[in-house]
Design a protein around this ligand. Structure first.
Ligand code: SF4
Length: 518
């Protein structure tokens, strides 16, 4: 048992739903207890799809367990085929149904449904959502891809985009344009938008573009082994990665056309003088392995940030993430426990977090700005506007995404200069974050920022320790800009603890500063 409040990923059958919902002409019959239909909301509310996912649940109840749940499953299969007339169905069990061992695969096979039936074995107690999506897509490809000649023109498949994927919709559009510049047509995009008949056509392409290793790698590897289709290894997120991707496609195809860079703005935006204040900002990255690896390189090489730490929640990508972490000289954090992530962030005290919806909350609690770079995400990250993260337009989008949560250069300067001003005082925060509300709140240092809550004159006791901050030291600490004050506070307290001091005076503060500056 594990005490869990937040989970980064759903159970594997949600991954299977992401594949089924991405596709057309395919239906998913899911043996599941009443109540599991909650997952529909992920698609109809978070992703704002205008139709129900193509999923039939058996929705068995407690009273059904005494009788024949297997018949319930068969009835649901027949009803789904009669009502939706799909080209193929996938069948499987949710966590609870896994325990009652009705064997959906065997049951569906005995029914003579006249359409392909693809059985899913998803171990709900050991694997999660991304595995579920990857495995489901792989089983569908294995079951439906048909041997055939390559297309006359050079074509590729785009593999991995799913329903509920972070910016998948626009990444597909961006890559389709980029590949067209290079003289490559897209044969099939899958699973997003593909029908079972499209899946059958996958082997006609000359190669595959593996967009998201999390959800498409097993299928890409199988197609390579079975149909000799090479697949791209570079995920084109960031300017350098996009150029590497282009070189990879050129090497596979032998084509020499180049991509249109006329709309690429990130390099100049980031080189322009207003971006000077971004240099050396300490960032912490957390999310799925693919986005973290790609964005870490961007953060360091294209934005000028310092990567203070990084990690991922999906252990399937642990090796790749560790390699990038080594390259950055930091330690990788591989965990799906958000409390560990929170601890790591607190200890590193970065100036910005690049993370998921969870890190947004952690950032809010710690007073650290956060840009969202990976699923799981909330409804605001399925935007109406065009917002890819791949390719050259993706790079433009990421630049804006990363800069926006930061206090802008001028604002940062003003905040420090006029820290007593009613508008620019420490607690005001970035103007677009509603920071002017006159409520008592905590600053990044964990201390109170309301004058009433912490009278300037009174010595304060550091949280979780017995060290007392003398008032002159506390006053001096407040002169440090708020976004680095948390770190200064922690360093000073650690220094005082090392020296066995009970009180932090002005001298201690400066001695600690000198100590850490060495
Ligand atoms: S079957 Fe799985 S997904 Fe459904 S309610 Fe139970 S634990 Fe949650």
């Amino acid at each position: 048992m594990k005490l869990t409040v937040w989970t980064y990923e759903g159970p594997p059958h949600v991954g299977a739903m992401r594949v089924a919902t991405a596709m057309k002409g395919l239906h998913y019959v899911l043996h599941a207890p009443q109540g599991d239909t909650y997952a529909d909301l992920l698609f109809t509310m978070i992703e704002r799809r205008n139709h129900r996912p193509p999923v039939s649940y058996t929705t068995f109840q407690a009273r059904d367990l005494g009788s024949d749940t297997a018949t319930l499953f068969k009835t649901a299969c027949q009803d789904a085929v009669d009502r939706f007339d799909p080209q193929a169905i996938i069948v499987g069990a949710s966590c609870t149904a896994e325990l009652i061992q009705d064997d959906p695969a065997g049951l569906a096979e005995t029914m003579d449904l006249k359409i392909p039936v693809i059985a899913l074995e998803l171990p709900s107690y050991s694997r999660k959502e991304n595995f579920g999506a990857d495995e489901t897509f792989y089983q569908i490809v294995r079951g439906l891809a048909a041997p055939q000649d390559r297309s006359a023109r050079i074509t590729c498949n785009l593999l991995g985009p799913t329903a509920l994927g972070f910016r998948n919709r626009d990444d597909v559009e961006e890559l389709t344009g980029l590949l067209s510049d290079l003289g490559v047509d897209v044969n099939v995009v899958a699973p997003l938008g593909a029908t079972p008949a499209d899946i059958a056509r996958l082997p006609a392409a000359h190669f595959n573009v593996l967009m998201y290793p999390e959800t498409g790698e097993a299928a890409a590897r199988w197609l390579e082994k079975t149909y000799g289709q090479p697949f791209t290894k570079t995920v084109p997120i960031g300017v350098a990665a996009t150029r590497d991707f282009i070189a990879e496609v050129q090497a596979i195809t032998g084509l020499t056309a180049t991509a249109d860079e006329s709309r690429l703005r990130l390099p100049w935006w980031s080189a322009s003088v207003d971006s000077t204040y971004l240099t050396g900002k300490r960032v912490f990255l957390f999310g799925d392995g693919t986005h973290v690896c790609a964005m870490a390189r961007m953060a360091r090489d294209e934005m000028g940030f310092e990567v203070a730490g990084l990690g991922c929640y999906n252990r399937e990508q642990a090796r790749a993430v560790r390699a990038v972490a080594r390259d950055m000289g930091v330690e990788a954090l591989i965990t799906d426990d958000y409390l560990e992530v929170e601890q790591a962030i607190e200890a590193l005290a970065p100036e910005m977090i690049m993370g998921t919806q969870m890190e947004r909350h952690i950032g809010k609690r710690l007073g650290i700005p956060c840009a969202v770079i990976s699923a799981p995400v909330h409804v605001q990250d399925y935007p109406a506007r065009y917002s890819p993260v791949m390719g050259f337009e993706g790079a433009n989008v990421i630049f804006d995404t990363l800069v926006h949560p930061l206090v802008m250069g001028l604002e940062e300067h003003l905040l420090t200069m006029f820290r007593d001003d009613f508008e620019f005082h420490d607690a005001a925060g970035p103007s677009h974050h509603g920071g002017h509300a006159p409520v008592a709140m905590s600053d990044a240092s964990g201390g109170s920022i309301s004058g009433k809550m912490m009278p300037d004159e009174a010595p304060s006791v550091a949280e979780g320790s017995n060290v007392i901050w003398l008032s002159d030291a506390e006053r001096e600490l407040k002169k440090i800009p708020f976004f680095v004050r948390g770190k200064a506070r922690r360093n000073t307290e650690a220094f005082a603890a090392q020296k066995g001091l009970q009180q932090i005076s002005l001298d201690t503060l400066y001695e600690a500063k000198a100590h850490y500056a060495r």
